[in-house]
Ligand binder design. Structure first.
Ligand code: FNR
Length: 344
C-alpha cells in the first residue's frame, strides 16, 4: 500500500506536469547576448566542463532534484540514472528525508547507483535534518555532493508541512563536517542577496538560487489544500535571473548554481554568463520523461550539449570562465529591479 508520504511524492510529479507550461518566465527573455562577428575559435576547442568545489562536472547542466520515495518515482529515478549515465551529466535525486523515516524506501533512491555506477550523483534532504541524517543520505547513494533544500514557503503552503524554521545552525554544522560539496538550495522561490550573505557568513561555499519562473510549488501545494485558499501566494519569490543578479552583488559570493525555469541551451548559457558555475533542470526534464522514451531524451540532451557548444563558439568563449566574463544586455524591468534592490 502507498503511504501518505509516498503519495505526496507521486502528487508532486503529477501536479508539476499538470502545471507545466512553456515558455517559462524565469526572465531569461529579458536578457540578451551581444553578437560578435569574429569568434576566432574552433568549435572543437570548446571545453564546457565545470567545478562545484573540487567536484568536476563534465557538462555544466544536470538533472535537478525531483524523484524517489515511492514505487512510481523509483522507476523515474531508474530512468533518469540511465539517461545521466548515457549522456555524462550529473543527477540529483529528490529529497531522501522520506527514506530516513521509512527504510523500505531506501531502494527508491539507491537504484540510481545500479544504473549510474560512476557518474556524479547528488544527495538531497531538507534543512530540518541533523548531521547524522546527512551522513546517512550521502551513504545511501554513495553521493558525490549533498544538496540541502530550504523551502519555507512550500512547507507553509503544504497542508502537512513544517511550521518551524530554525535551519542555519544545523546547516553550518553539516557544512563544517563534510569534505564533499554541500549545496544549499531553494526550490523555485529564488534567493535574495541577504540570504546569500547569511549563508556565506555561515561558511557555505555553494548555493543553488533555484528561482521562480519554472516549476511553481506554491501552485502545487495550493492545489493540494482542500480550499486552495493561499492562491494569492502563487507568484511569491524572485525569478532565476533576478536571483542570479542578487548573487552577483554579494562580495566574494559563494559558487552559484542556477535552476528554475531552465528550458533551452540558450537559458543555460545566459545563466552561466550571469555567474552560475552549473545549471540544474527539473521540470523540463520531468516533462521529457513523461512524454518520451529514454533513447529520445538521450538524443535531446546530446542536442542540448551540442547547442551549448554552438552558442559558446558564436560568443568566442572557450570555457565556462570565458562565458562568465561576457556582458549581457538587460531590459528595462531588470534595470529597474537592480536599481530598487541596490545591486551592482
Ligand atoms: C522538485 N524539486 C525538489 N527540490 C528539492 O530540493 N528536493 C525535492 O525533493 C524536490 N522535489 C521535486 C519534485 C518535482 C516533481 C519537481 C518538478 C521539483 C524542486 C526542483 O529541484 C527545482 O528546484 C525546482 O523545480 C525549479 O526548477 P525547474 O523545475 O523550474 O527546472
Amino acid at each position: 500500500m502507498t503511504s501518505k508520504h509516498s503519495q505526496r511524492k507521486n502528487e508532486h510529479v503529477s501536479l508539476a506536469e499538470k502545471f507545466y507550461s512553456t515558455p517559462k518566465n524565469a526572465d531569461f527573455n529579458r536578457v540578451k547576448f551581444i553578437h560578435q562577428s569574429l569568434p576566432e575559435i574552433n568549435l572543437s576547442d570548446i571545453d564546457y566542463s565545470t567545478y562545484l568545489g573540487h567536484l568536476k562536472l563534465k557538462c555544466p547542466f544536470y538533472i535537478e532534484a525531483m524523484t524517489g520515495g515511492s514505487e512510481q518515482t523509483k522507476k523515474l529515478n531508474a530512468r533518469l540514472a540511465q539517461i545521466a549515465n548515457a549522456t555524462g551529466i550529473a543527477m540529483a535525486c529528490g529529497s531522501q528525508s522520506i527514506a530516513l523515516a521509512d527504510s523500505s524506501l531506501i531502494d527508491t533512491f539507491s537504484i540510481i547507483r545500479h544504473y549510474d555506477k560512476n557518474g556524479v550523483v547528488i544527495a538531497n534532504m531538507s534543512a530540518s535534518h541533523s548531521l547524522d541524517d546527512a551522513i546517512k543520505v550521502v551513504k545511501m547513494i554513495n553521493a558525490n555532493a549533498l544538496e540541502i533544500h530550504i523551502n519555507a514557503p512550500q512547507e507553509l503552503i503544504m497542508p502537512e508541512g513544517d511550521r518551524s524554521f530554525y535551519w542555519l545552525d544545523q546547516i553550518k554544522a553539516i557544512n563544517d563536517h563534510f569534505n564533499l560539496p554541500i549545496i544549499i538550495k531553494e526550490v523555485g522561490y529564488g534567493m535574495a542577496k541577504e540570504t546569500i550573505q547569511k549563508l556565506l557568513d555561515a561558511g557555505i561555499k555553494i548555493v543553488n538560487v533555484s528561482g521562480r519562473g519554472g516549476t511553481n510549488f506554491a501552485k502545487i501545494e495550493n492545489f493540494r489544500r482542500p480550499d486552495q485558499d493561499l492562491f494569492y501566494l502563487n507568484d511569491w519569490g524572485q525569478t532565476t535571473v533576478q536571483s542570479l543578479l542578487e548573487a552577483q552583488s554579494v562580495h566574494r559570493h559563494p559558487e552559484i548554481i542556477a535552476s528554475g525555469g531552465i528550458q533551452t541551451p540558450l537559458d543555460i548559457a545566459k545563466a552561466l554568463c550571469l555567474g552560475a558555475n552549473a545549471v540544474g533542470i527539473a521540470g523540463e526534464m520531468l516533462h521529457l520523461l513523461i512524454h518520451n522514451s529514454n533513447d529520445e531524451i538521450i538524443k535531446i540532451i546530446k542536442q542540448w550539449q551540442a547547442g551549448l557548444k554552438i552558442i559558446m563558439t558564436m560568443l568566442g568563449c572557450r570555457n565556462i570562465y570565458d562565458l562568465q566574463q561576457q556582458k549581457l544586455l538587460l531590459d528595462e524591468k531588470l534595470l529597474n529591479y537592480i536599481k530598487q534592490r541596490h545591486i551592482k
